[in-house]
Design a protein around this ligand. Sequence first.
Ligand code: GAR
Length: 189
Amino acid sequence: MKRLAVFASGNGSNFQSIADAIKDGVLNAEICLVVCDREDAYVLERARLENIRTFSFSAKKYASKVEFETEILGILRQLEVEFIILAGYMRLIGPTLLQAYSHRIVNIHPSLLPNFPGKDAIGQAFDARVEETGVTIHYVDDGMDTGPIIAQKTVPILAGDTKDILQIRIQETEHGMYPSVLQQLFQKK
Ligand code: GAR
């Protein structure tokens, strides 16, 4: 059983899909910690309901990324966390965590990378009027949504779609995909 920390910044629906897959016995892991860079994010309420420990912080209260990542690393080590799972964590991971968790940080991104990296990938694809977009799960490196790709799934953009409808279809894909890709990955590692 792999020991995970989930990093998130917002709603936490991907955190929820991972927590649910663990409860359903389809993902052999334990979420030891949720790390959140917004003290009012709904993911913190979700974690509380699941009885999962949280660490929330405001980056502004630290002198540097090294300083808050060093504090996070201390908690990850104390909890013997093996993998960092990014689930809507809207912040670049710095060298402190990248070195400590080399090839053990995974991200999900709502586009077919390398297309539409960064913020609002769903809106970017919608506005570009491409016929299809999708979801990418990848290892994290020091770039913005650039690390080695683990898995991708295509999601069509249909006539009559609004951005909101597309977002629902992409998030449904994410929720099915993230737990099963993690399970396959953990079986290999
Ligand atoms: C997800 O769609 C995830 O792919 C995206 O943020 C959303 C978080 O939703 N991540 C990125 O854009 C990373 N560059 P959630 O909080 O409901 O899981």
